[in-house]
Ligand binder design. Sequence first.
Ligand code: MSP
Length: 658
Amino acid sequence: MEKKTFYITTPIYYPSDKLHIGHSYCTVATDALARYKRMQGFDVMFLTGTDEHGQKIEQKAQAAGVTPKQYVDNIVSGIHDLWKLMNISHDRFIRTTDDYHEEAVQKIFKELYDRGDIYKGSYKGKYCTPCESFWTESQLVDGCCPDCGRPVVDAEEEAYFFKLSKYADRLLKLFTENPEFLTPDSRRNEMIAFINQGLEDLCVSRTSFSWGVPVTFDPKHVVYVLVDALSNYLTALGYQNDRYNEVDKYWPADIHIVGKEIIRFHTIIWPAMLMALDMPLPKRVYGHGWLVMGGDKMSKSKGNVVDPVVLCERYGVDSLRYFLLREFPFGSDGNFTNELLISRINSDLANDLGNLVSRSVSMIEKYFGGKLPVDRVHDALDDELIAMASALKEKCDTAMDNLAPQTALIEIMKVIARCNKYIDETAPWVLAKDEANTARLATVMYNLLETLRICAVLLAPFMPSTTEKIAAQIGLDLTKFGYETCGTFGMLPADTAVAKGEALFPRIDMKKELEYLEEQKQKAIAETKAEAKAEANAGERAEEKEEGAGLITIDDFAKVVLTPCKIKACEPVKKSDKLLKLQLDDGTETGRQVVSGIAKYYTPDQLIGKTVLVVANLTPVKLRGELSEGMILAAENKKGEVQVLFLEDSIEAGSHVS
Ligand code: MSP
């Protein structure tokens, strides 16, 4: 029989910087859900990836002195390493710079345009540069961006719009008739309120930068990064491309897992896009909470970013995975602290789970030489433990269906704690004193191992390597007595043999460890500062090098084409206080446009009609979305003020300079 499919996704991450613990949180939770479904026998497609276009990345790359692609390649390679380290079991990794994705996005945009759902207009509004989002006046919070709280600027530009407003009624219906679509419930109410405020059409193209997917039929526009990014969930399956052929198999997605701040994108914009494309909608979207530090958002500049690699290396991948999923309810924000991390590892993993495995195995080695005899004597003391262990699978299934990994782990840990209590109640060391109790002692030991088996199997999606380590110690063959058999107590062979291994979770000295982590934090802050300084110095050194580069030959000079040009028109570049856009008569019929960073020193009136000297054979570039074909020569005085080299009016535009 064909397996039932399950398509689950994480958001695709911005490779603008190294990922931090917040990103790991989202990915680890999605991984646990994917692994759980796989364990249940589903044919799972688990997709993750990176969202690589946009102005922010373009600017970061510029600051680093590399191309945007070089910049993202470097970060994405680190992301692959991180997911490998954290044992993330994704089936596919999509990059929005993958050719197949870019081509598919172009087709999607064109299709929406052909269907009349995208139209050309002009945008006047408030723009948040860091978020690359336009906002209406009414959406601003205290005059600032409602997402990041930073100031917005007035902006106007020719742009393409998606008819989002057209889908308001269908979206409302989606939320009201299908409450499962978005959970937790509180998030749904927020979205309904948002739609009821009135949906405006969405600006879906940009001309102010070029690091994006060009609109095929109007290439000075690039596709809005969000439309590009959201499309990944379909293109990764082969939608509008030949790279894959699994749209029919896996679409609609069973669940998109997303952070709370991008719910609106996933439950309003994305469904509307799909409606416009006549595609089925994802079945569910889950908006999880954020990990914060002392109530504050993590940010490099605040020095409160937690690096998952450091924690994995120090405490082990499974300890970190466990902590993230056990400590915080998935739907709410969680306050990350080092104390919480260490005390959770010590109490649940070292004291309860690790200790139980080691005690049980040691006792079986001590009392039975490592192999259990097969005779059994039951006692009423066993009943509660057996009942709890037998019911655990169903409880975990329900919790995971409800996207509550924390609840599943709490249930598993309750059973572990019950085992430890069972040891105290049955006092095996007393039973061991009398040979007449051998069968009873073996029963107690068997019950412990069998309960451990059930717990170990159900822990696999959360702590995959720990499950294997426990299995090796308690003589469990996971291929025979895995998930399918873990609702039934008594599956482990009666004469099972154990093999003691290393302590699973060594206890951590809280005081020492907190000191160590604080030291690391201070080091990281110092490194961040040093990096910023080094970047600034590198810029200065590059300038010095250029200045002192020494002599050139006449051949070198002959490569430079200097052309006198007359300034015909001039205006400021939108959204820039430094740049002017100049239309020049360079002696040719068409003339040329040059963008120059002289807005602080000249008004357009002071320039129009003047003749200037232009380096005319520079490779054209786009500055703030405006084409610049050359550079106007200027001098800089000691105060750093710029003075354009004006030529005599009598010098003709286009004349030869040598
Ligand atoms: N690129 C977009 C998503 C496009 S999906 C079509 C994006 N990227 S992101 O890198 O900024 O964030 C990716 C995910 O990480 C989001 O779901 C976000 O909520 C999550 N997290 C980022 N910081 C986080 C915490 N501190 N805590 C928990 N998750 C957080 O948004």
